[in-house]
Design a protein around this ligand. Structure first.
Ligand code: PLP
Length: 417
């Protein structure tokens, strides 16, 4: 998007020489898959990001709902430092303590005594593991039980299998042909989900709040229909908790804010507060579906990333951050109600916990994103008419108040351009 130079100059966030040079180097030698934003950050602390010139931004995006404890959390930094100085990698031919401790913690926070974990490297590879697990489970029942059902506007990753499971056809087109193993149905129609699942399906894969697809909480009736259809057809209900897990919705996992218990969940983004990690957690018969040699990845369960994840879980528990997230969510959504009442451009908000979307009455979300950034607030436009907010669980009331002030100014700016 084109930078608003006048506004940037007025607020002191015009590109510095260092940032301009970084963008030039990116263009020269990094593949052009990302539309980069302007600031180049060198440091972060809590909710605040700093560039090389010492300019600061309030981060209400958290690296895409990743830095749930805020930037550079001391407990995570200490765990990484300590583990990196002790043992960095062994491969899965050998056991390491941080991986074992993380599997036990995940069994604890899911509430599943018989939970078993496969460690992956990110959200997409956690979902790949879940899809392969569901196939393995399905094929043990009958050989054609390999198809999965997903919802439109879903997002499950960018590998070939997870791309196909992503209910956004515009993302498929450049990479067709796909494998043809996915049936995508409307995200808001319980009858459609019920009708789609057959004995040839091994799983339904869905998010309880669609993140990338527009911060859209799932209709409880759709979730219930998916659970019933899976039970009726011996399919696994997989909830993709990559964005909603690890406290983002005010519970450890998004499903814990609903009445439904899945067979499998996938986790990634916030699990290690920014280090690359993914996990596929199953219980019941699904937990037994993989045997030796069925799936593997070199870095899965890496001691350094697992130590970081252990520090994240312990910090959330010891600091009572699930409760904090619920309290801050109430504060932030209350402020958004106020904003909707007094600003023509805002019709309301949607989402849950600290994964929220500000609904706009006009397609100016990219302009709001740019104006907020120029004024010291990082948020992101999801589509044309929604601004996503995903601050850390630790966000303070004062930071919420500042963010609302900047967002109001950004809306004013967007409505006059
Ligand atoms: C981000 C995301 C993914 C993909 O995770 P990566 O780590 O980018 O591979 C999958 N599912 C959901 C719900 C996500 O938000």
């Amino acid at each position: 998007m084109s930078p608003d130079t006048a506004l940037s100059d007025a607020t002191g966030t015009a590109l510095s020489d260092a940032a301009a040079s970084a963008h030039d180097r990116d263009a020269a030698h990094v593949m052009a898959t990302y539309a980069r934003r302007r600031p180049v950050f060198v440091r972060g602390q809590g909710t605040v990001l700093f560039d090389a010139d010492g300019s600061t931004w309030l981060d209400f995006l958290g690296g895409l709902a990743v830095t749930g404890l805020g930037h550079s959390h001391p407990a995570v930094a200490a765990a990484v430092r300590e583990q990196a100085g002790m043992l960095q990698h062994t491969s899965n031919l050998f056991l390491t303590e941080p991986m074992l401790g993380l599997a036990e913690r995940l069994a604890d926070v899911t509430g599943w005594d018989d939970a078993r974990v496969f460690f992956a490297n990110c959200g997409a590879t956690a979902n790949e593991a879940a899809i392969k697990l569901a196939r393995r489970h399905g094929k043990s029942i009958h050989p054609d039980k390999v198809r999965i059902v997903t919802l439109d506007r879903s997002f499950h990753g960018r590998t070939m299998a997870t791309l196909e499971a992503t209910g956004q056809p515009e993302k498929h087109v450049p990479f067709e042909p796909l494998m043809g193993y996915v049936d995508t149905v409307a995200h808001d129609d319980p009858a459609a989900v019920a009708a789609a699942v057959t004995d040839d399906h091994c799983a339904v894969l869905l998010e309880v709040v669609q993140g990338e697809g527009g911060v859209r909480p799932i209709d409880p009736a759709v979730l219930a229909a998916a659970r019933t259809a899976c039970d009726d057809h011996d399919a696994l209900l997989i909830v993709d908790e990559v964005q909603t897990g690890i406290g983002r919705l005010g519970e450890w996992f998004g499903f814990q804010t609903t009445d439904v218990v899945p067979d499998v969940i996938t986790i990634a983004k916030a699990l290690a507060n920014g280090l690359p990690i993914g996990a596929c957690v199953a219980h019941g018969p699904a937990a037994e579906a993989f045997g030796p040699g069925d799936h593997a990845t070199t870095f899965g369960g890496n001691p350094v990333t697992a130590a970081a994840a252990n520090a994240v879980i312990d910090t959330i528990r010891n600091d009572g951050l699930l409760h904090t997230a619920r309290v801050r969510s109430a504060r932030l959504t209350g402020a958004l109600d106020g904003l909707a009442a007094r600003h023509d451009l805002v019709s309301g908000w949607r989402g849950r916990g600290l994964l929220l979307g500000v609904e706009l009455t006009q397609p100016v979300a990219p302009a709001v994103e740019a104006a907020a950034e120029a004024d010291g607030l990082i948020v992101n436009a999801v589509g044309d008419d929604l601004v996503r907010l995903a601050p850390p669980l630790t966000v303070s009331n004062a930071e919420i108040a500042s963010a609302i002030t900047i967002l109001t100014n950004a809306l004013d700016h967007a409505s006059t351009t």
